[in-house]
Write a protein that binds this ligand. Structure first.
Ligand code: ZN
Length: 61
């Protein structure tokens, strides 16, 4: 029997989000951070597994 680990994720998310810094899948982690910002009239969303990863992403530009 195969267990599908993605079946419990949000209904309208077809792909597990990955940390924008270290690329760890963050879909299961209740502590992960989501950052959204608007650039050139487009909304960007980035996920981070920890505040540290968010910091590194922002610092790396
Ligand atoms: Zn990370």
């Amino acid at each position: 029997m195969t267990v599908d680990p993605t079946s419990e994720l949000a209904e309208n998310v077809t792909e597990t989000p990955h940390c924008g810094s270290c690329e760890t899948p963050v879909g299961y982690d209740p502590d992960h951070r989501v950052v959204t910002w608007v650039e050139a009239d487009t909304v960007h969303t980035e996920h981070f597994c920890t505040p540290t990863c968010r910091q590194e992403f922002l610092q790396s530009g």
